[in-house]
Design a binder for this molecule. Sequence first.
Ligand code: ADP
Length: 624
Amino acid sequence: MTEKKETITLRETVAVHVRAWREIRGYCPGLYPCTALHSALQALTPYASIYLSAQLLNELAGPRRPQLLWRWALLLIFLTAGLNLLTQAAFRWQTALQDRYQVRRQRLYGDKLRSMDFADIDKAGTHDLLSQIRQNEGWADWGIHQLYLQFSQMTEGMFGIAGSVALTASLFYSKVPQTAGAFVVLNHPLCLGALFGFLALLTVLAPLFRNHASAYWSRYAEQARFGNRVFHAFSFIFGEQRRSADFRMYNQQVIARHYMADNTFSVGGQMHRAAKGPMGAWEAAAGALGSVLTGAVYLFVCLKAWAGAFGIGSVTQYVGAVSALSRNISLVIETVGTLRSNVPFLRTAFEFLDIPNAMYQGSLTTEKRADRKYTVEFRDVSFCYPGSERYALRHVNMKFRIGSRIAVVGENGSGKTTFIKLLCRLYDPSEGEILLNGIDIRKYDYDDYRKLFSVVFQDFQLLSQPLGSNVAGAAVYDRERAEKALVDAGFGERLASWPKGLDTMLYQEFGEDGVNVSGGEAQKIAIARALYRDAPFIILDEPTAALDPVAEAEIYSRFNEIVTDRTAVYISHRLSSCRFCDEILVFDHGSVIQQGSHSQLLAKEQGKYAQLWNVQAQYYTETE
Ligand code: ADP
């Protein structure tokens, strides 16, 4: 991988950060004003103490008037105490808002994922982008969150500059007395100009050097991101329970260690070489300039005090204020540099957030029918996956009779799952149309339409949550219905054996008392989840794949009870399980090549169904 240098203009830097701010402001109102208040107090409080201590010292080293000494001492104590109190109060408030923001800002990408077209969610590229965004954030808060960090620094820097300018101004106009001999030269405008120019140069150069160093982060962004992904992928898997047997048997840690060692961040890696070489050199130069600046300020201020321009107390004020001025100017310049380095990371974030929604969102509400009389019809439907030229479905015509049981069979890759995805409107047909009660499904409100279907996908996922919450998809639910759904799905006996019943925690992500269920048990829970939803259509994709033959036979024998008056669509590889279905669709290369009942299809001896049946029957006979 080569290093990448892209032009980043100030204009783009400002534009993308303004957009970043707009994206997140709704997630935590009040955070930015509160942060600005805290930064202002944080920046200005030290100046109160610098100024008042200087007055106190001047009085002590000069006239020593008791009344004035008291005044400065009390002011110093109460004002700094008051300001510190306010700073802490603002900090508490800011911390509370920040905690809320940390939780809420995660929603930005989740909300986008939920609202984007399923076709985009299904793309590997989308997940890659999201993974890049997460890696960038995890590695050094690059991306949208960086704006918040820099905002807080920037406001502190700006207020710091204002405070230190106020305390420094008199350094330049307080004159050395004419009796001071050669020191009078310190009053000369040229001398002041030269000093001012020198300090300004150092102040600007130091952060520029630092920005040169930090630019390596964005220059190596691609490699660093990859390195970070490798690190994440391999560093935590050693502890994963599900992998422990493979690790033990195949000694997989060797390969994991290999990738961990050969990483961008490892010794000898690109970031390591940059840190040892140019990146480190720029940082060191910036540090050296800072020391030269402090030395120059001390020299000038002490010379002026020596010559009698001001008292000893003012020395502490000026040295403190000029150093703070330089530090704050550097901070602001560095912030601008960091924001600039952040631009490529924001580009990635916006590439994800800008994925367009191309699917038509209808507004019709689906009729709420207690009799579940919904008819769905595929009319000459063809479909190509985005980016593919091959038809996954070709001229499919099909009408679902209300309350019927339809089996969908066919070899792998014949289009069965695609057919279901179109039926649930996860994708829209490329040609033809799908109708619900005679109306194109695109005209219905998307969420409303999806609620008509309960689906158990092959790769369903349960959460590490109590059993009942998994079934109901909610924390508060109808316990009686959840129990009935589990019993209907064949999970009754197991449920009865668990002392905590519906409250039994599944899996152990939240503690040791979680229960690990087998693949077959998980499938029953997933079926119960589909039943709980009580939609007019129930779709089961290979519903018994993970069940043992006894459990499978049990599900079939009670299939009618489970499905009741719903229209059921049932994808299966095992043809023996389709016999009880009213209608069987045989898919082949994206087309429905046969349609009919089990006996009708079996009667056509040369047909695909009979062919598949005979192959499977032979297998069972041989096995027996
Ligand atoms: P089945 O469920 O019968 O095994 P699918 O409906 O999953 O078949 O697949 C039908 C065809 O579409 C196959 O050729 C498959 O490779 C292709 N396909 C499936 N999913 C995608 C996808 N997300 N992108 C591109 N092609 C896909």
